[in-house]
Design a protein around this ligand. Structure first.
Ligand SMILES: Cc1cc2nc3c(=O)[nH]c(=O)nc-3n(C[C@H](O)[C@H](O)[C@H](O)COP(=O)(O)OP(=O)(O)OC[C@H]3O[C@@H](n4cnc5c(N)ncnc54)[C@H](O)[C@@H]3O)c2cc1C
Length: 287
């Protein structure tokens, strides 16, 4: 089912993002965690596409499993990296053949060590080009990426929002945000997007910080700023992992609660293939 059809009956969606497990042991662990998350009855789930297309086979195998064996509404991520037009056309047809109606279409990041993205000579420079092409080839529902603190390569948020509008005009049906920790930034971003004429749902991407060493990683990964008070509290308790976990969870629960109270159209969890934190957030919010 297309995610846009889910929107017709769900004012808010709750979704989980996974990455393809790297080996058999991780696959077993993944199975256990997904089993737990299924109890939360997600609106949809999504599976990332490794840098440079490195996980293509596993991404496709996992979306097949989640969609067709487990019966979840599943979205496959897909990027422009190393992809010619003919490859994109074949891959999208293959995914459609698997019954995948939903695609998160992205540009992708430059390979490690390279500062700038180099498009495939017969491929696409921007996600908006991939989205327009994908929509012209298949009957699909498309998600696009949005950055509440602007994409790292954009000079200004205004410029990034102009480019986001191109993505929506090219056919993105909804937007999922990069992770962030300040709800004010999210709501300010949504308001600015509306002023640009972007009317699609902008679903906030959430990641709870559950360990001290994640702070640096998440900032590197996303460019998201982390409120000084959390860093201070976690630094003070860095030798006490349980306390750090509790600080991170208290913050994430409050962030999710406030987002929903203030009218966000759902929550998209970057689960990192783990279930505990996401389940705790749901259980707390529902009681
Ligand atoms: C929710 C989410 C999921 C993700 N999943 C994955 C994944 O599975 N695999 C993966 O490899 N990466 C993933 N990413 C990361 C993403 O690939 C990178 O952030 C990448 O650098 C940009 O992708 P994009 O689709 O936003 O690119 P674009 O929308 O093309 O934007 C890239 C940059 O180009 C600028 N730009 C866009 N259009 C134009 C234009 N027409 N003219 C001039 N400038 C323009 C933008 O302002 C921005 O600075 C994800 C990101 C998010 C937020």
């Amino acid at each position: 089912m297309k995610i846009t059809d889910i929107f017709k009956t769900q004012a808010r969606t709750y979704s989980f993002e996974f990455f393809p497990p790297k080996d058999e042991i991780s696959a077993v662990d993944f199975g256990i965690n997904v089993g737990q998350l299924l109890k939360l009855n997600p609106s949809f789930v999504s599976v990332t596409y490794g840098a440079g297309g490195s996980t293509q086979e596993r991404t496709f195998a996992l979306v097949d499993l989640l969609q067709n064996k487990i019966g979840l509404n599943t979205m496959a991520h897909y990027t422009c990296v190393n992809a010619s037009r003919s490859k994109v056309e074949a891959d999208l047809a293959y995914l459609k053949g698997l019954g995948i109606d939903n695609l998160m279409l992205l540009r992708g990041d430059p390979p490690k060590g390279e500062g700038t993205f180099t498009p495939h000579p017969e491929g696409f420079s921007y996600a908006s080009d991939l989205i327009a092409f994908g929509k012209s080839k298949q009957d699909i529902c498309v998600g696009g990426a949005a950055y509440v603190e602007k994409h790292p390569e954009a000079n200004t948020l205004v410029q990034d929002l102009d480019n986001l509008k191109k993505k929506v005009d090219a056919g993105a049906d909804f937007l999922l945000t990069q992770l962030f920790f300040s709800n004010d930034l999210y709501f300010d971003f949504v308001e600015k997007a509306r002023q640009k004429g972007i009317n699609s749902r902008i679903i906030p991407g959430i990641i709870p910080i559950t360990a001290f060493n994640q702070i640096k990683r998440f900032v590197q990964m996303s460019g998201a700023s982390i409120p000084a008070e959390i860093i201070e509290q976690m630094t003070a308790y860095q030798s006490n992992p349980d306390k750090v976990y509790q600080i991170g969870m208290d913050f994430a629960i409050q962030q999710c609660r406030d987002l929903l109270i203030m009218g966000a159209p759902g929550l998209h969890f970057y689960t990192l293939n783990k279930s505990r934190a996401t389940i705790e957030i749901f259980e707390t919010l529902l009681h």
